[in-house]
Write a protein that binds this ligand. Structure first.
Ligand code: GUN
Length: 289
């Protein structure tokens, strides 16, 4: 069994982006800049946003963080996004999800200019992906593809089962895998699938993006499968100083021995998401000069 180290691949991607950024800045005088908007103080989101800022600094990017109270109005956020859209110094805009319940994720992500949508969530970018001509691709599924490429895991003709149908992971993941050139046979399972295990047991490559700790158990996995765990769940753990530990959507200890390759949590897909965000931000900056 091979452990697919997102941490290692992410380090490689970050170092490539950093080098390319140095070259780009010398050539153009433009500094790539990512604006991150965080509404409310969800602890996991706060941690992610801090990591994104740190990564920008490592790349040599500028970044702007907008931290808004949980009761901020939708109009206020839309106005902020419109300001960032119009600002020539800002290349990428990311509104951290999930948003508080009173805010329309759809209205806000639709406001982001498609050439600044480094999250790949704007309808134009989702449409381009579906049509086989992707521009910005959502960072987590892009990170999964990069890991498969790095470890030369073949997708052509494989049965791939994606568990989860979110706009940010499940749907773009399926679109990427079924693309010409990737050529996987893709099944998507979700919360209303009658028997998830019946599908997952057929998977050559299984992608778990459910958001539920340890939801994929050993009896749901075919021997020799490649298992990609997108979940990052906090579970209480009094033995840890911070009071919790991170676990994936896959019961790693039980599933790893069955699999031919598997991503751990932490150190798997999580670091890839940020690395791909850095790559997307540099691509955006190149579009803007
Ligand atoms: N929340 C969890 N992952 C992501 C992500 O990739 N982008 C945004 N905007 N919010 C997230």
């Amino acid at each position: 069994m091979l452990v697919l180290s997102g941490k290692e691949v992410a380090t490689k991607v970050r170092s490539e982006v950093q080098q390319e950024c140095t070259r780009f800045k010398q050539e153009t005088g433009h500094i790539p800049c990512l604006a991150v908007v965080l509404v409310g103080d969800d602890p996991a989101s706060t941690t992610y946003v801090a990591s994104k800022g740190k990564a920008c600094e490592e790349m040599g990017f500028d970044h702007r963080d907008y931290r808004l109270p949980a009761d901020t109005t939708e109009d206020h956020i839309v106005q902020l996004v419109e300001q960032l859209n119009a600002d020539p110094l800002v290349d990428g805009i990311l509104v951290q999800l999930p948003l508080p319940a009173h805010l329309s994720e759809k209205r806000i992500t639709n406001t982001i200019r498609d050439d600044k949508d480094v999250d790949g969530l704007h309808p134009i970018n989702i449409g381009r992906l579906l049509l086989g001509d992707p521009s910005f691709v959502a960072c987590t599924p892009a990170g999964v593809m990069r890991i498969l490429d790095h470890y030369q895991i073949e997708t052509s003709g494989k049965e791939v089962v994606v568990v989860g149908r979110s706009n940010i992971v499940g749907k773009p993941m399926a679109a990427l895998l079924m693309q010409k050139g990737r050529d996987a046979t893709v099944t998507i399972c979700h919360s209303r699938t009658a028997d998830v295990g019946e599908h997952t047991r057929k998977a050559d490559i299984l992608v778990a993006a459910i958001g539920k700790p340890l939801a994929i158990t050993a009896d749901m996995v075919k021997e020799g499968a490649v298992v990609i765990d997108v979940g990052i769940n906090r579970v209480e753990d009094a033995s840890r100083k911070r009071g919790y530990r991170l676990v994936g959507d896959v019961d790693y200890d039980a599933v790893a021995p069955l699999s031919s390759a598997i991503t751990p949590v932490p150190g798997g897909i999580g670091p890839m998401t940020i690395a791909m965000l850095m790559e997307n931000t540099l691509i955006a900056a190149k579009m803007h000069v």
